[in-house]
Design a protein around this ligand. Sequence first.
Ligand code: PLP
Length: 454
Amino acid sequence: MHTIDMDLVEMTLDVMKYAIDRISNVTPELGAPKKEEELLRLVGETITPEGIGGESAFQLFKNVLVKATVPIDHPRHLAFVPAAPTRAAIMFDLVTSASSIHGSYWMEGAGGIFCENQAMKWLVSLTGLPETAFGVFTSGGTAANLSALVTAREEWREQKPAHARDRALLITSTGAHSSIKSMAKVMDADVHLVNSEEEFLSGTALQQELENLSEQDRNRLFAVVATGGTTNAGIIDDLEGVANVCARENIWLHVDCAYGGGALAADSVRHLFNGIEQADSITIDPHKWLFSPYDCGAVIYKNLELAKKAHSQKGAYLEIFKDEGAQGFNPADYQIQLTRRLRGMPLWFSLAMHGTNKYKEAIERGIELANIAASKVEQNDLLELVRPASLSVVLFKRKGWSAEDYRDWTYKNHNSGFALVTPSLWKDESVVRFCFINPDTTEDDIEQILATLD
Ligand SMILES: *Cc1c(COP(=O)(O)O)cnc(C)c1O
């Protein structure tokens, strides 16, 4: 399988040509899903004892299968949290794969981990956390949240040995991402939700909530999770107020900035994150607003040593490294995964190539596009802005439309290959939600999409 033959060379050239074409195509065809039976009918069974050959498999991918996917970097893809990996980052994702580096231990991955850590150093600097702080790249925000929360729970058990066998409890708000509840389930921990219509957690509301907890619940409380940019509306909790309460009450504060974290680099909104420098742990997803290809999340700890206590795995076969160069930062020690891809390398290359100022500009552009969209909405009699744009999210209503009308609108725009724009809910009512990430989205794109709401 590993001998170089002419077919392989040709195959490599084909794949590289496809990759280059795709990377340089800024408006890729907006594909749509098909039923699995339909795909099977179109391509047939692809795994056979003899193999169908690289050329055939690649043709099936190019002609059929990729068309049943939605490119997340399309400039009129404003649904969920889109993405817009830089060309440099995507190219380096290929290099990361081609280099076959094990990213768990310094002993095998030193040079690559050095790259990741350079990028991480910049991320950490955006948070204002003290010198002891550092982090590690994960598969995404969910894994980052889980890694942070497991660390928080271990620390709580250490500090409150009398309660170490209690079911752990965390507090978060209704604006928090679904992964918080889902990871609490993985940890078999309970979640106490602070209700807030506005998707916003204030220090006062948190204090109130703590006062209302029973003594038993207070003792099993191991973390507060605040959000630095809710996924639905881009709202940032009162991090300063929440951090002060957590400091006074000695509770671990985790700030989930999976979506909003990129905005830490944007001077125009950085003040909204004040207080984040007091967090015990922070999640940021470079694959959302820092232009990395999937998948790349990050978890940062104020005290990295606590993460090591929680996550470091020991094995007889892992204790063999003798030479000095083998001693260094082991990413496996600080998050839930052992064998890992060096998923921070594409971010590193792109940051190194472009410089951090380019990143700031591209993130500011997302915020600007949201403000532009909001003002266009305000000027349109058929539309009603439900709240000011927040980070890069805009929520607004089409007057007179039912939930069904919004769904039809989404379907029509997607089906015609024009745009992927979806409704969401705000205070239990249907709204249009735009989330801007791609700096190549234009004012004209926004106008054309708004025109479809006529
Ligand atoms: C997207 C998101 C997550 C989950 O991150 P994944 O990378 O999808 O695992 C968690 N929290 C927030 C606030 C998010 O926006």
